[in-house]
Write a protein that binds this ligand. Structure first.
Ligand SMILES: [Zn+2]
Length: 120
């Protein structure tokens, strides 16, 4: 039996942390661009980095919300793909993971050829 109370607490804390960080990023992006041309170019690069950070933060928020929903539904800790239990050690590291194993990366070299043939 998984202690969902502790998991939920950890997920909520992480969610609050991300929320704060994303608001900081938003504030940073809202700063008016510099009049100095060179400075403005540097700021644009910074903005791109910030936007990427913001994007990955938002992705994480979505995963955490989904995990919190699974806690509510009593499905937390169960792999959404195969229905197996997710190892507690894995949840310690990735409390928002919906999968018992790392997701396969079909674009990498060791992708299953059969699946790729079906897809094409
Ligand atoms: Zn699985």
């Amino acid at each position: 039996m998984i202690d969902t109370k502790a998991r939920k607490k950890a997920l909520m804390a992480r969610l609050a942390e991300l929320d704060t960080r994303l608001h900081e990023i938003e504030d940073e992006l809202d700063n008016p661009p510099s009049k100095d041309w060179e400075e403005a170019a540097v700021e644009r690069e910074d903005d791109e980095v910030l936007e990427q950070l913001g994007q990955s933060g938002q992705d994480e928020i979505l995963r955490i919300r989904a995990a919190l929903k699974r806690i509510r539904d009593g499905e937390y800790g169960i792999c959404v793909r195969c229905g197996d239990d997710i190892a507690p050690e894995r949840l310690d590291v990735l409390p928002d993971t919906p999968l018992c194993k790392p997701a396969r990366q079909p674009s990498r070299g060791d992708a299953e050829p059969d699946l790729r043939r079906i897809a094409t």
